[in-house]
Design a protein around this ligand. Structure first.
Ligand SMILES: CC(C)(COP(=O)(O)OP(=O)(O)OC[C@H]1O[C@@H](n2cnc3c(N)ncnc32)[C@H](O)[C@@H]1O)[C@@H](O)C(=O)NCCC(=O)NCCS
Ligand SMILES: Nc1ncnc2c1ncn2[C@@H]1O[C@H](COP(=O)(O)OP(=O)(O)OP(=O)(O)O)[C@@H](O)[C@H]1O
Length: 201
């Protein structure tokens, strides 16, 4: 099995590239989704987050409102660090379990884990190959505003908490440039998939 980390800054096209790789036959796991599951009522990180940040992060049904929690943590590096310490252990454990089960079911597969901050956390070391998606800063901002309805300031606060893409390039085995049309991204993904297949062990 080949373990592939797929990372990139906010709204650079990780999810789009991950889905395209899955369409071509890769197995795919989203760490952002695991992070969301880790904050559901009943999960340990839910209680830790409510204790640390207070009832103001909850919606009317007692669930964590991620937009409210985002507003608290993305403006304050120490709070984000604390939230990371609640969420990341559960995410890493779930990723490792998933990779074990994929290895058992399909030992020749390409297992792709899509995660926003693989490099920042050092998690990139757990993968055989690292793929990075990039586009311009202005495109990141415009795409995040359009997709998530965030304000420009909310997007800038998130971007400030991420390593600049130029620095991330140093860690990447493959760079997918998503600054053009989606067809151009798909063509690059096709070439990437051919290459990854040739590396499968
Ligand atoms: C703060 C939370 C609740 C906001 O949720 P929301 O649904 O609004 O955003 P979502 O999770 O989809 O993240 C969107 C993007 O924000 C950026 N982002 C998210 N978490 C982080 C972080 N810890 N550091 C830097 N950027 C981050 C990434 O580019 C990510 O793709 C959520 O992002 C969170 O719990 N973050 C901390 C845990 C984490 O690191 N999750 C991401 C990978 S496991
Ligand atoms: N050429 C392109 N390649 C990929 N995505 C594009 C392209 N042009 C526009 N987009 C759009 O950019 C937006 C961001 O892409 P996507 O959601 O895949 O990013 P992401 O890196 O997963 O974001 P996040 O880190 O916030 O989860 C999407 O709405 C996507 O449709």
């Amino acid at each position: 099995m080949l373990r592939v980390g797929l990372t990139g800054g906010l709204a650079t096209g990780k999810t789009f590239v991950g889905r395209a790789l899955a369409d071509l036959g890769c197995r795919l796991l989203s760490a952002d989704e695991l992070g969301h599951q880790a904050l559901l009522p009943g999960a340990p990180a839910y209680l830790q987050a409510v204790e640390a940040f207070g009832g103001g992060i909850l919606d009317a049904h007692g669930r964590i409102d991620r937009r409210k929690l985002g507003a608290v943590v993305f403006g304050d590096p120490e709070k984000l660090e604390l939230l990371n310490s609640f969420v990341h252990p559960a995410v890493i454990a779930a990723e490792e379990q998933w990779m074990k089960s994929v290895q058992a079911e399909d030992p020749l597969s390409i297992a792709v884990v899509e995660a926003a901050i693989l490099i920042e956390t050092g998690s990139y070391r757990r993968f055989d190959k690292l793929v990075l998606t990039v586009c311009t800063d202005e495109q990141q901002i415009a795409r995040a505003i359009k997709r998530d309805g965030l304000t420009r300031q909310e997007v800038l606060d998130r971007l400030k908490r991420q390593m600049p893409l130029e620095e991330k390039r140093r860690y990447a085995d493959y760079v997918i440039d998503t600054s053009g049309e989606k067809d151009g991204t798909l063509a690059q993904v096709g070439r990437l998939y051919t290459d990854l297949r040739s590396l499968r062990v």
